[in-house]
Design a protein around this ligand. Structure first.
Ligand code: FES
Ligand SMILES: [Fe+2]
Length: 487
């Protein structure tokens, strides 16, 4: 293969085209996008990652106009519980204002702008640390020292400035755009497709935040395709999980193919089986169809895959699914039933016996759910029954090569625990290598760093994406353009 030549993106990709990514009504015309940021066919110029000016436009027009996942309702267990949500230079307080309502305010004193609260905690009222002004949880002003000296200011003018906060499936989203469409409409079709997985009955197992030396989108991109699995995680092909750093040709031949499905705003990939067979594959992530990668004992292949994910990644699977997998290893699988189907049956029996609501998810529902969704703009969710993973990335300061990246693992709770508060504390590590994230996540984090170093090379002009398996990444940029350049 010849080395790529150093060429201007515009010369290399003269005719912007969506390739196989669909157009949607409301997409901006390519000529409205500044040339240096313009997408080509399956091509994303690196300027959209590396250029500080592009980050400024994102801060100005993308994060201020979209719905952003700020926290889970369980992080606000009591009236007065608050979480500070920071995104670049914006700090926002999300607070439980009453038993059944959650509000959000810009975290800035109306007097001279002081930040009112940091991190997370619980307050009876917000008190500015500078001159002691106070606000009720509903944002109305409670105390202004020497109020008569501030005659021109109405109480309305002194009230905290409110943002919209709405909930879906136990997540609290906020938007800085007063005119934004309602959250459920914005998330469409995710609420319908995720409904069988009951995310509202899930709670944090853990959440770990790290600083990464990469653009916030680079951190997400690594989780928006499974095309990297043979190159990055070859151990996932091997029942013994040996971690030699290259997949064999046979393993590559057995890889799972994961095409993209794009909706108006959000997109996902679906791991649908081996590429050669996948034209006929109608079912996406249905665990009953787990691949065996040529291992003769299908039971062992399924069981070891489940157990490895539980042990190494600490999410998506759980201790109960680990036990179901253990039972599968020696189970008498009835003729005509695959090991994957039988595993699901064992997992279901255990879950029902231990007090979980465990509806049967149809093949059609698994197929629509796919594997990993970009909840536009900066969250990823991996739907699954019982346990899910989520990721969130945010710019960190004005440097486009830095971001705050969080991984969270949620588990469904037994019916008896619905509504019960739990102790939960997210963890934060400045260096991902200190975070104990396991082999798979460390492989992904290392990629994010190396991609960034390489992108700075003058020889590199932008991402050349697979038109099937990496259109999740492309879709993000297509949708971003609607917010960045619409006016
Ligand atoms: S800056 Fe907040 S009370 Fe003065
Ligand atoms: Fe990965």
């Amino acid at each position: 293969m010849s080395m790529p030549q150093v060429l201007e993106p515009r010369l290399r990709h003269p005719a912007p085209s969506r390739g196989r990514t669909p157009w949607f009504e409301g997409d901006v015309a390519p000529e409205k996008v500044p040339e240096k940021y313009r997408l080509g066919r399956a091509f994303v110029p690196k300027t959209r990652y590396l250029d500080p000016e592009f980050l400024r436009v994102e801060l100005d027009k993308l994060f201020t106009r979209t719905w952003l996942m700020a926290c889970r309702t369980e992080e606000l267990p009591k009236v007065g519980s608050f979480v500070e949500y920071e995104i670049a230079s914006h700090s926002i307080l999300v607070v439980r204002t009453a038993k059944d309502s959650i509000g959000a305010y810009y975290n800035a004193c109306r007097h001279r702008g002081t930040r009112l609260a940091c991190g997370r905690g619980r307050v009876g009222s917000f008190i500015c640390p500078f001159h002691g002004w106070r606000w009720n949880l509903d944002g109305s002003v409670r105390l202004v020292l020497d109020r008569e000296e501030f005659v021109p200011r109405s109480d309305d003018d002194l009230a905290l400035v409110r943002l919209r906060a709405e909930e879906w499936a136990g997540f609290v989203f906020i938007t800085m755009d007063p005119g934004a469409m309602p959250l459920l409409e914005y998330l469409d079709p995710i609420p319908r497709i995720f409904a069988p997985f009951q995310l509202d009955h899930m709670r944090y197992r853990w959440m770990t935040g790290v600083l990464l030396p990469c653009n916030w989108k680079t951190a997400l991109d690594g989780f928006l395709e499974a095309y990297h699995v043979p190159g990055t995680h070859p151990q996932l092909f091997r029942p013994d999980k040996s971690n030699t750093h290259l997949a064999t040709l046979k393993e590559i031949d057995n890889r799972i193919w994961s095409p993209t499905t794009s909706y108006e705003r959000h997109a996902h990939y679906s791991s649908v089986g081996r590429k050669k067979q996948s034209a006929a594959a109608e079912s996406a992530k249905d665990p009953a169809r787990r691949e065996t990668s040529g291992v003769t004992d299908e039971r062992l292949a399924v069981a070891l895959a489940v157990q490895y994910i539980h042990e190494d990644m600490r999410g998506l699977e759980n201790e109960r699914s680990w036990r179901a997998a253990e039972a599968l290893k020696t189970a008498d699988v009835p003729a005509g039933t695959s090991a994957g189907e039988y595993y699901l049956q064992l997992y279901r029996e255990l879950s029902l016996a231990e007090g979980y609501d465990w509806p049967v998810i149809t093949r059609q529902q698994w197929a629509e759910a796919g594997t990993a969704w970009n909840v536009f703009p900066n969250t990823i969710l991996l739907p699954n029954q019982g346990s899910i993973f989520g990721y969130r990335a945010r710019p960190y300061g004005p440097d486009p090569d830095r971001c705050r990246f969080e991984i969270f693992s949620l588990d469904q709770v037994p019916v008896a625990d619905y509504g019960k508060p739990r102790d939960f504390r997210p963890e934060f590590f400045a260096d991902y290598r200190d975070a104990g994230l396991g082999v798979v996540f460390n492989q992904d984090m290392a990629n994010a760093q190396e991609v960034t170093v390489g992108m700075h090379s003058p020889s590199f002009d932008g991402h050349r994406l697979s038109e099937e398996q990496e259109m999740t990444i492309y879709n993000h940029h297509r949708v971003a353009d609607r917010f960045l350049w619409a006016d």
